[in-house]
Design a protein around this ligand. Structure first.
Ligand SMILES: Nc1ncnc2c1ncn2[C@@H]1O[C@H](COP(=O)(O)OP(=O)(O)OP(=O)(O)O)[C@@H](O)[C@H]1O
Ligand SMILES: Cc1ncc(CO)c(N)n1
Ligand SMILES: [Mg+2]
Length: 707
């Protein structure tokens, strides 16, 4: 039965009274432990036993269980300090100090006993001892140190690696270890690094400890534990977390808090296994694995929260990210209402909390923020109340932006603006974000860098989500889209998704068009003839200019097939549509002046053409195809192909299969271009498309029905 957790040795402070200076050893230990030191060795070769006992009592009080306390060499002082109520966890002995076997027999099986080992001979001698006599080896020296001129032979990092490879015990590297060595020593197999001057001489030992631990974290693949619920559809919960951790460079582990019955449409059942069983999983992990970061997701209820809280208090890793999951994307509850209070108590154990807007509101007892500044103010309140940083997510804001912000107790630290990606593939975005952050942070990046990197990865994964074609509800993101693309496993996003996304996005505009009295009455044949002619006159004006912008698209087209398509479309709108219009109008009518609404639409098209970006121009041209083909097909279905319908020629023009084919080809060309374009161009294309759709609506709406 070992008393050491795998994390405990990571950063090992050995005290030096002279280096601590006037502020004293106790103050340095207090600060270093606050910075993450998990084991402190009191070493004072000059003090007598009475002084050592007094110092142990004082240190034990100030450490207060936050770290382990051991003493160098002084077995009797240790026993006396314990007798007087101090918590001293063990002893570190040198080759010439009291025998480790004696110490073990006096201190019992629960004490921590470390032994200095400077040569392979020292290491191999330990094998002769009964198992469990020694818990770890202090191995050095790594570099020559001025503070110990009579030091044993220098191992260097390579010598340390060779030494530790042949050791059956955890090895702590000691002797001249500075910040620059930490990552290399971890890669060399160190269980931890022992430092003296790097902490005792530091201006602020707390900050110095954090920096050392960050170096330690960057020394290998971070081991990241997700404590969360299971989503069998693989888009959220631990399934998403494991993918996200892997995609962000970590090794993922998962302890399951609850099982959900879930697909992309929603959650229809939750089963919560006994909380003690979760605790057993957590204990099994922390006994065996050095955990660099924990991400906490769905907690289901108060009993689970209590177990996670108690485990975290005892085994808190360097990084804790808490995603206060309450409600799924689908709207289903994932946390009992009566557990919200318990969740609040857990928040102060986190380094970072990642609420969405509804969760943030619950946590600060306010109504949901409807503006971004209001959300930032709530986040600041939450940070001040918990001491944790808050990453507030604007995903639920609505509108064209999806900003996030990192907020501390004094206010916003950094904002991360971003255009909203038009997609339904947002299932599990919150899970993926928080676990990715835990992995990046544990790899040694600061929070600013971690957020920027995870966001860039997540946006790429959200954009590629639809291509997975998983489910009919809110689909998952594609966690490895970037990797697949770079590995040649996917070419680009499937083209059809792009325009389909835009088409979904303009659904409200399309609904508004369908409800316009002009089209309703055109469909049922009750539209006054004059109103129809007024509309057609404006449309003729429009078509002449539209044909010229189609010709401009032909001029800009990068490939001859597309050049031909736009040129044929220009010809068709002059020879087909315009001829139809002119056949129905008098010469005077078809020479009408453009109305303000017509002018506005044409200005948009001509302005876009003038800017000269082919992609943006063809996106602006597309709604005129698509909306007319869509309206035409549905009017044709309503009018039932009745040739006596007063507006039959107009309806048939747009319901014509030839026009439908041209529309499909236009969609294909625009989508392919958008799929291959960079994000910024794709966004400008979408904006141009949406704007044209708006002009289409206004154009129909402007038709004067004549009372
Ligand atoms: N449509 C989108 N476009 C771009 N970014 C988005 C979009 N939707 C969500 N995000 C980003 O995804 C991350 C998660 O935010 P969101 O507000 O969706 O969290 P959540 O509601 O907790 O998610 P979940 O439903 O998975 O719990 C944030 O970084 C957010 O900005
Ligand atoms: C298991 C689980 N955790 C979290 C979420 C939040 O999206 C979800 N839908 N399912
Ligand atoms: Mg969430």
């Amino acid at each position: 039965m070992t008393r050491l957790n795998p994390d405990d040795l990571a950063l090992y402070l050995v005290t030096d009274r002279a280096l601590c200076g006037e502020r004293g050893v106790t103050a340095v230990v207090d600060a270093a432990v606050a910075g993450g030191v998990r084991i402190v060795q009191l070493r004072d070769k000059d003090a007598d036993d009475a002084e050592i006992v007094a110092q142990l009592i004082e240190l034990s009080a100030v450490i207060a269980g936050r770290a382990l306390l051991v003493v160098d060499d002084r077995l009797e002082a240790l026993i006396e300090a314990r007798r007087r109520g101090a918590r001293v966890d063990g002893i570190h002995l040198g080759q010439s100090d009291a025998s480790v076997a004696v110490a073990r027999s006096l201190l019992g099986p629960d004490a921590i006993i470390g032994l200095t080992a400077n040569t392979p001979g020292h290491r191999d001698a330990v094998r002769a001892l009964p198992a469990g006599t020694v818990d770890y080896l202090g191995v050095g020296v790594i570099h020559p140190t001025a503070t110990k001129p009579d030091h044993p032979p220098v191992l260097g990092v390579d010598g340390f690696a060779a030494f530790t490879a042949a050791s059956s015990l955890p090895c702590v590297a000691i002797g001249g270890v500075g910040r620059d060595d930490v990552a290399a020593l971890r890669r060399a197999g160190a269980a931890g690094v022992a430092v003296v001057s790097a902490l005792c001489s530091a201006t602020d030992p707390r900050i110095a400890a954090r920096k050392l631990l960050r170096e330690w974290g960057s020394g290998g693949t971070p081991r990241v534990l997700s404590i969360a619920g299971s989503d069998p559809s693989g888009g959220a919960g631990i399934q998403a977390d494991l993918k996200s951790i892997a995609a962000n460079g970590g090794y993922g582990m998962a302890a399951i808090t609850a099982l959900t019955v879930q697909n992309t449409r929603g959650v229809s059942g939750v089963h919560v296994p006994p909380a003690e069983f979760l605790r057993a999983q957590l204990d099994a992990l922390s006994e065996d694995v050095r955990i660099d970061a924990v991400k906490i997701g769905m907690l289901a209820g108060a009993a689970v929260i209590a177990e996670v809280g108690s485990w975290l208090t005892a085994h808190r890793p360097a990084t804790v990210v808490l995603d206060p999951v309450m409600v799924a994307t689908s709207g289903d509850r994932l946390l009992d209402a009566d557990a919200e209070q318990a969740l609040r108590a857990l928040l102060s154990l986190a380094d970072l909390i990642t609420p969405n807007l509804p969760e943030l509101a619950v946590l600060v007892h306010e109504d949901q923020a409807t503006t971004w500044p209001a959300a930032l103010a709530q986040a600041r309140g939450l940070s001040a109340a918990t001491g944790a940083l808050v990453l507030v997510k604007g995903g639920h804001l609505g509108g064209d932006e999806a900003p996030d912000a990192l907020v501390g107790p004094a206010g916003v630290l950094r904002e991360y603006p971003g255009a909203r990606i038009r997609t339904r593939s947002t299932h599990g975005t919150g899970c993926s974000l928080s676990s990715g952050l835990a992995a990046r942070r544990a790899a040694g990046h600061d929070w600013f860098a971690a957020v920027a990197e995870v966001r860039a990865w997540l946006r790429e994964s959200i954009a590629a989500g639809a291509a997975l074609q998983v489910g009919s509800g809110h689909g998952p993101v594609s966690h490895f889209a970037g990797l697949w693309q770079r590995g040649g496993l996917t070419v680009a996003r499937p083209a059809d998704d792009v325009a389909a996304e835009w088409w979904d996005h303009i659904a409200p505009v399309r609904r508004a068009i369908d409800e316009l009295p002009f089209l309703r009455r055109l469909a049922d044949g009750t539209l006054p003839e004059a109103a129809f002619r007024g509309y057609l006159a404006q449309d003729a004006v429009y078509l002449r200019a539209y044909a010229r912008t189609l010709a401009e698209a032909a001029r800009l087209a990068p490939r001859s097939a597309e050049q031909g398509f736009w040129a044929r479309s220009a010809e068709q709108s002059v020879l087909g549509e315009l001829q139809l219009h002119e056949s129905l109008l008098s010469p005077g009518e078809s020479a009408a002046d453009p109305s303000p609404v017509t002018t506005a639409y044409l200005d948009h098209l001509r302005g876009t053409a003038f800017d000269g970006d082919y992609g943006v121009l063809i996106a602006a041209l597309l709604p005129c195809f698509w909306i007319y083909a869509d309206v035409g097909a549905r009017l044709h279905a309503e009018a039932g192909g009745d040739s006596s319908h007063p507006f039959a020629p107009w309806i048939e023009e747009y319901a014509d299969p030839v026009f439908a084919a041209a529309n499909r080809e236009a969609i294909r060309i625009v989508s392919a271009h958008a799929a291959a374009a960079d994000e910024e161009t794709r966004t400008r294309m979408r904006v141009a498309f949406v704007r044209s759709a708006e002009h289409e609506r206004a154009f129909f709406a402007a038709a004067d029905l004549g009372g």
